[in-house]
Write a protein that binds this ligand. Structure first.
Ligand code: SF4
Ligand code: SF4
Length: 273
């Protein structure tokens, strides 16, 4: 079985205990306005285009040659322009672009490839590090996630998962049975604000968290709250108290940054904060 991933990041210090190898699965049910990984949101591979890197039609033009849908045209300065309404993300242009102005975001990968990469880093895992499955939202690829975590356990790799908590509890529970820790995002306790800023109500997220804590009280849980001025900066104490009222929970607030803002234009979308 293969899944759709958009990155494998090695030597991460921020995605669980110790040094981690992080695999990012594609697809997310939320649309957080501040999301710094917009390439994670759609479940399928897609193209990004950075105009400044384009060589131009005079010396190149290979993207238009590859495109069977007429989605690529050229501006008066020769730079490529992509009509996203005609594009079906076939990725042919990305394969033809010599300057990487057009890139494929996302690809298929199987569990063995990911776990082989993680095992190459095992020498760094001595102090509790391991594999972290992130996204996107991993539980959107439930069958692949289960296979990945089952094989990680067979290889005796420490496994963590980052989740936004919005999804099928049966998948989350199955994953938890194979995990050494969970990193769980709780962004707001206010359902209206949560829907406005993330596109979804928070009831399922909070309910899944409570069920997870009840079913796996011994599983370490690391609750994280990204702090957004005007959204949740007035309720951090309440979120902290909600999280810490459960067993085996550690809570931390993450400062807002806009590092991902530039990626939106490359994906043909608008940044929301
Ligand atoms: S293939 Fe790449 S570099 Fe060449 S014209 Fe198209 S976008 Fe520009
Ligand atoms: S991804 Fe495919 S359809 Fe879209 S612009 Fe590139 S070649 Fe054309």
């Amino acid at each position: 079985m293969s899944g759709v991933i958009f990155n494998i990041q090695r030597y991460s210090l921020h995605d669980g205990e110790g040094i981690r190898t992080v695999v990012f699965l594609k697809g997310c049910p939320l649309r957080c306005r501040w999301c710094c990984n917009p390439e994670s949101q759609l479940p399928q591979p897609e193209i990004s285009y950075v105009r400044q890197k384009c060589i131009g039609s005079a010396g190149c033009g290979f993207c238009a040659e590859a495109c069977e849908r007429g989605a690529v045209t050229f501006c008066t300065d020769g730079k490529a322009a992509i009509d996203r309404s005609k594009c079906d993300n076939c990725l042919r242009c990305a394969g033809n672009c010599p300057s990487k102005a057009i890139r494929a975001e996302g690809r298929s990968a199987d569990a063995d490839e990911i776990l082989d990469t993680a095992e190459q880093d095992a020498v760094f895992y001595a102090k509790g590090g391991g594999l972290t499955v992130s996204g996107g939202e991993p539980i959107m690829q439930g069958d692949f996630l289960t296979e990945l975590l089952q094989n990680a356990r067979r290889r005796r790799l420490n496994a963590a998962m980052e989740t936004c908590g919005f999804g099928d509890y049966a998948i989350l529970r199955q994953a938890a049975s194979l995990l050494d820790m969970v990193l769980y995002d709780i962004k707001s306790l206010d359902p209206g604000k949560h829907k406005l800023w993330t596109g979804q109500d928070n009831a399922l997220i909070l309910d899944n968290f409570s069920r997870l804590c009840a079913d796996y009280p011994g599983l370490p849980k690391w609750v994280r709250t990204p702090v957004l001025p005007g959204f949740n900066d007035g309720e951090l104490g309440a979120i902290r108290d909600f999280a810490l009222s459960r067993p085996n929970v550690r809570w931390e607030a993450l400062p807002y940054h806009s590092f991902g803002a530039g990626k939106y234009a490359a994906l043909g979308r608008e940044y929301g904060v």
